[in-house]
Design a protein around this ligand. Structure first.
Ligand SMILES: *[C@@H]1O[C@H](CO)[C@@H](O)[C@H](O)[C@H]1NC(C)=O
Ligand SMILES: *[C@@H]1O[C@H](CO)[C@@H](O)[C@H](O)[C@H]1NC(C)=O
Ligand SMILES: *[C@@H]1O[C@H](CO)[C@@H](O)[C@H](O)[C@H]1NC(C)=O
Ligand SMILES: *[C@@H]1O[C@H](CO)[C@@H](O)[C@H](O)[C@H]1NC(C)=O
Ligand SMILES: *[C@@H]1O[C@H](CO)[C@@H](O)[C@H](O)[C@H]1NC(C)=O
Length: 511
């Protein structure tokens, strides 16, 4: 197996060299209107968790129970109070767009019912601040942070009642902010939300059942991941239909959903591994996108999950099919996929036994913290959307490099990662992909889902020991700014920026 693995590596790397031509580029090589931005989400940056009427979400509950490495988003980088400073930094950097999310339980603390005027005020201020600096707001409505009240009342996403409550919340957002928000993402990566939150129970709302997860107070790993995604798709479709019918005509915006993707490559050239790789694509991307494009789940999923995966009625299928203007792609890494036939023999079933694959890392195995740089993985994902799903408009809503949070300000690995991945997007676009925008995760180091403040993906380091939570641009902030302002990108740029980094960090961005 090991020798096959290395053989595959050589093949992959050669392929990479062959297809990766976009090493030197600038933003003018992208089609006109192609948007470059950066992203965060509400609970990860806002802080002010119990201020001005905000009520807890399932993510607050998760963090306070100690599951985020003992850390919480109670204060984090305090964007709630520092949004003006942050928007100023974004403008200075040259961002076209900022992707953020609205905290449902800040806007409507009980999940439904009265709107919190202070929540309304905050998002109006943030949006106006962005617009007045010429930065386009891209807004996500649900990013792992369902109001705890709805989880407590009826089980949140596993209950069909969520469809109405989500639609009502979305309508408040369209009504109040839609005159200034051109892009809406309904739900962030439902595939990961469902598998993490309802199978293994390692992300909010921590539902699981043995033997698939431990210490959950509720859940059913066999069926709930499928039920949660089903209700998310129905809620998305309901909100999207409402937007298209009632708001799009006058507000001229666009609505979509985001999907977590990985580059999936067969470990060997066996037929079994090829089928397993297709199955992995179906279980991640197909689970969400097949219903949106074709009106139903992939046949593989229906066959394997049987009665555990809900069935769309004809009416629902029609509602879900075509209910998007764009798809959001979230992408960080690539994996080798190997068939796992032993999985079929297990009597107790969950999403992972249904998926029936083993995955292993592609690339430098000695990297334990930073992500390996495998840009052709993103290119392959964009190619997959093009070929399998009729080339829908795509926004890459997250992509970025992880470091240990306070390891270094000279984040060369992040620059190399972004250089390669943005280049791969250009390659995909040149080959016909309908990608229209790219958002680097994350604008600043944020509270991360699983490890709290241990890792950072940001352009800005935030000193958490400083009561003022001062932001400091890393080398990558200067690099991205250079690119955003039209500078040409090549490996020489990094060398020059490095030489000037000390001077740069004392002052302002260069042109
Ligand atoms: C489960 O709970 C037990 C008892 O509280 C604890 O010792 C253990 O670490 C928990 N396991 C996980 C994975 O949370
Ligand atoms: C989970 O749901 C399935 C399908 O509804 C059911 O057959 C099974 O008994 C449930 N398991 C648990 C642990 O509740
Ligand atoms: C793999 O990563 C380690 C640790 O960063 C580095 O020392 C080594 O040179 C890398 N190897 C390759 C082949 O890139
Ligand atoms: C480019 O597009 C063609 C046509 O869709 C496809 O066959 C080919 O594999 C693509 N090339 C790459 C490198 O993705
Ligand atoms: C590193 O980060 C942690 C937060 O995870 C912080 O408490 C600590 O003070 C930082 N260490 C240094 C040397 O800055």
């Amino acid at each position: 197996m090991r020798s096959l693995y290395s053989l595959q590596m050589i093949v992959m790397i050669n392929l990479a060299v062959a297809v990766l031509c976009a090493d030197k580029y600038s933003r003018s090589d992208f089609p006109p209107g192609f948007v470059f931005g950066s992203a965060t989400s509400a609970y990860q940056v806002e802080g002010a968790a119990s201020e001005d009427g905000r009520a807890p979400s399932i993510w607050d509950t998760f963090a306070h129970a100690g599951y985020a490495n003992g850390a919480t988003g109670d204060i984090t980088v305090d964007q709630y109070h520092k949004y003006q400073e942050d928007v100023h930094l974004m403008a200075e950097m040259g961002l076209d767009a900022y992707r953020f999310s609205i905290s449902w339980s800040r806007l409507i603390p009980n999940g439904r019912g009265p709107v919190n005027p202070k929540g309304l005020n905050y998002y109006n201020n943030l949006i106006n601040e962005l617009i007045s600096h010429g930065i386009q707001p891209h807004v996500t409505l649900h990013n792992f942070d369902l109001p705890q009240a709805l989880e407590d009342e009826y089980g949140g996403w596993i209950n069909r009642r969520i469809v109405n409550d989500f639609t009502t919340y979305a309508e408040v957002c369209f009504q109040e902010f839609g005159d200034r928000v051109p892009y809406w993402t309904t739900v962030n990566e439902p595939d990961v939300f469902a598998v993490g939150g309802y199978d293994g129970g390692i992300t909010p709302p921590r539902h699981c059942s043995p033997p698939f997860g431990v210490n959950c107070t509720r859940g059913n790993s066999s069926s709930e991941p499928y039920i949660a995604v089903h209700n998310i798709l129905l809620a998305h479709a309901s909100a999207a239909r409402l937007y298209k019918k009632k708001y799009q005509g006058k507000q001229h915006g666009f609505i979509g959903i985001s999907i977590y993707t990985t580059g999936n490559f067969p470990l060997t050239n066996s037929v079994e591994d090829a089928i397993a790789t297709q199955r992995a694509n179906d279980f991640f991307v197909g689970w969400i996108v097949n219903p949106l494009v074709f009106g139903d789940y992939p046949d593989t999923m229906k066959k394997i999950a049987g009665s555990r995966i809900p069935t769309f009625t004809n009416h629902e299928s029609e509602l879900v099919r075509g209910s998007f203007d764009f798809l959001g792609v979230i992408h960080y890494s690539s994996y080798y996929v190997e068939d796992d036939p032993g999985s079929w023999e297990l009597k107790q079933r969950d999403y992972n036994t249904d998926l029936a694959v083993k995955i292993s890392n592609v690339g430098n195995a000695s990297l334990t913290y930073e992500l390996p740089i495998l840009p052709w993985g993103l290119q392959a994902v964009l190619e997959y959307f093009k070929q399998v799903y009729e080339n829908p408009p795509i926004y890459i809503l997250e992509n970025g490099q992880r470091n240990r949070r306070n390891s270094t300000m000279e984040d060369t690995s992040r620059v190399n990662y972004l250089h390669a991945y943005i280049g791969s997007v250009l390659d995909a676009v040149r080959n016909g992909s309908n990608a229209r925008g790219y958002f680097a995760w994350s604008f600043l180091d944020v509270f991360e889902l699983l490890d709290g403040y241990e890792s950072g993906y940001g352009f800005y380091y935030v000193d958490l020991d400083d009561p003022d939570l001062k932001r400091y641009p890393k080398l990558s902030a200067h690099w991205y700014s250079h690119f955003l302002k039209g500078g040409s990108i090549s490996s020489d740029v990094l060398i020059k920026l490095k030489q000037n980094f000390f001077a740069l960090s004392q002052g302002h961005f260069s042109q």
